[in-house]
Write a protein that binds this ligand. Structure first.
Ligand code: UDP
Length: 236
């Protein structure tokens, strides 16, 4: 089985790690195991993880909190997820893993530096990019586009939970929605397809970043995606 890409950026949402509690151990281990398998096969892999299993900025209004503070809490949630993933990867026997953070937390994360990141990828490290962009009013999707561009990833693998890619309408409400196998960045914008947020889509289009949207729910789907053995929507 050959790898479709040499270097990828995998974006997973925080929800993908969630069970009844903020973490479902099996889910976190499954993601970690698949990443380790791929790195051992020679794939260079950076991971951007969201924070939605713990906190999203738009919850701030419930507490009468300033949105900006709420967003920073969301970014901190992504750091928690990165640390959880790092610990799990190590517990499964892979030591070469590093958590970068866009927000400075010197004690448990490494401040982000793209040159160092590229070096580490060349040397078999799994890199987990946390803290999103480091700015409020952004999302981890945008963080994922930026990091994918900066590490010169061949593709951004955008993992969805339970949807196999992009449709021309919402498949959960419209059973007649058509699955779209390939799209251009221009089509995504013109058809207003909500694959990712607008900032992330614009950045990806500018940088001509190839994006694969796929369903990570399913046995070894991340591995299958990296081998090109899974239905996905390719945007380029
Ligand atoms: N966030 C932010 N700036 C960023 C990335 C994330 O302010 O660059 C905040 C935002 O409040 C968001 C929360 O962190 O709601 C969690 O991130 P996101 O919703 O993107 O995570 P996901 O839904 O992918 O788990």
């Amino acid at each position: 089985m050959s790898l479709k890409y040499k270097r990828v950026l995998l974006k997973i949402s925080g929800e993908a790690l969630k069970g009844q509690d903020i973490y479902d151990q099996e889910k976190v281990q499954d993601v970690a195991r698949q990443i380790i398998t791929l790195v051992r096969e020679g794939l260079q892999i950076g991971v951007v993880v969201g924070g939605g299993n713990i906190w999203r900025g738009n919850l701030s209004s419930n507490l009468g909190m300033d949105r900006i503070n709420g967003d920073y809490m969301g970014m901190m949630a992504t750091i928690m997820n990165g640390l959880a993933l790092e610990a799990t990867i190590k517990s499964l026997g892979y030591e070469k893993v590093r958590v970068y953070s866009a927000l400075e937390i010197k004690t448990v994360t490494t401040p982000y530096n793209y040159r160092e990141a590229r070096d580490k990828l060349n040397n078999g490290y799994i890199l987990i990019f946390t803290g999103g962009t480091g700015f409020s009013y952004f999302t981890t999707d945008t963080g994922a586009s930026i990091r994918a561009i900066e590490i010169k990833a061949d593709a951004l693998l955008m993992a969805k939970n339970g949807v196999k890619g992009v449709y021309d309408d919402d498949p959960r409400t419209n059973p007649k929605a058509n699955f779209l196998k390939t799209l251009t960045h221009r089509e995504v914008a013109e058809k207003k397809l909500r694959v990712m947020d607008l900032t992330s889509a614009t950045l990806s289009a500018d940088a001509k970043l190839k994006i694969e949207v796929f369903d990570m729910n399913g046995e070894n789907n991340i591995i299958k995606m990296a081998h090109g053995d899974l239905d996905s929507t390719t945007i380029q």
